[in-house]
Design a protein around this ligand. Structure first.
Ligand code: MLT
Length: 328
């Protein structure tokens, strides 16, 4: 029987799955100071989402018993996967479970921006019937630039194409034949993606290469006018990771009008401070990192991560081990 810490919550069915297999599941957030003082010494496994951070010092303080780290989701930027590998600990995630949910939220944010849904709602609540100033634009006929072209971006691209958009992508790791098969223009330089697209959606990981990849210079390249001749303005959506957009530059671009709308589900600092000037901007709307927060995604995430953890605890190798290349 293993002791498994689940610090950021997990679907009940997945907790039951682990318990039925005979494991002890300890649910509850563990404060960072406790983690770095060896709170994981009595555990064989830990399952986290994004709230719990597992830097190198915490992993080093966890002793020899910890055998596997599970990330109930996709992004592992909150875990030092190299330090885990050095300690001989596989880090496993659930990369496919939330794809559809994030795709749908991204399309929702795009539509909400273009049709001013959050602004119009705020007006209604304040007793304003602002019909005349809520003229939007269609997605049809516009160029959508996707930064990163993995599963989520491909899902967004397929829906965008069905809505009449032309899809472009920048993804230095993508085999050109994948972009071709999806009828998508693959850019070698991110700059040409920006100069060709009035709409940009982010779907890459946060790392040294992508930190502040969306910056003032690149947003300044966006054309503001679409191929169908409409002055639709420029629009940015991020349902991937905070930190990929330079939020100060984004606010400046909103203030100057170079960016007509921005919709973020993820922020450089989470929870985003409520006095953030970005949150106050009329043409900004956001959600609190809820891309994977659907009943369906959480059920799949929980099930996938429970199976991954048990595979490792039973001595097997999990196919979603994100630090496999670093483990000896
Ligand atoms: C993920 O990486 O899976 C999502 O951002 C959702 C989450 O952090 O839970």
């Amino acid at each position: 029987m293993a002791r498994i810490a689940v610090t950021d919550g997990m679907a009940n069915d997945a907790v039951e799955l682990l318990k039925q297999a005979g494991h002890e599941v300890v649910l509850g957030f563990i404060e960072p100071e406790l983690l770095s003082n060896g709170a994981l010494k009595d555990f064989d496994a830990i399952v986290v989402r994004s709230a719990t951070k597992l830097p190198a010092a915490t992993i080093a303080a966890s002793g020899d018993r910890l055998a596997v780290i599970g990330r109930a989701g996709v992004g592992v930027d909150n875990i030092d996967i190299g330090a885990a590998a050095t300690a001989g600990i596989p880090v496993v995630n659930a990369p496919r479970a939330s794809t559809q949910s994030v795709v749908e939220l991204t399309i929702g944010h795009l539509l909400a921006s273009l049709r001013h849904i959050p602004r119009a709602d705020r007006g209604l609540r304040n007793g304003k019937w602002e019909k005349k100033i809520m003229k939007g634009t269609e997605l049809a006929g516009k160029n959508l630039g996707l930064i990163g072209f993995g599963r989520i971006a491909q899902g967004v691209g397929a829906i965008a194409q069905a809505l009449g958009m032309t899809v472009h992508t920048f993804d230095p790791y993508l085999p050109p034949k994948v972009a071709k098969a999806q009828n998508t223009t693959l850019h070698k330089k991110v700059e040409t993606l920006f100069s060709n697209c009035t709409h940009i959606s982010i779907h890459c990981n946060l790392n040294d290469e992508t930190h502040h990849l969306v910056n003032a210079e690149r947003m300044a390249l966006m054309p503001g006018r679409s191929n169908d001749g409409i002055n639709c303005g420029n629009h940015i959506v991020n349902c991937a990771r905070g930190g990929i957009i330079d939020e100060t530059a984004l606010l400046d671009a909103l203030q100057s009008g170079q960016v007509a709308s921005a919709a973020l589900d993820v922020f450089e600092i989470e929870p985003v401070p409520s006095d953030s000037s970005l949150l106050q901007h009329e043409h900004f709307h956001g959600t609190p990192h809820i891309g994977a927060a659907t009943m369906e995604a959480q059920a799949r995430v929980g099930r996938d991560i429970a199976h991954a953890i048990m595979t490792v605890l039973n001595g097997g190798v999990c196919e979603t081990t994100v630090n496999a290349h670093l483990l000896k």
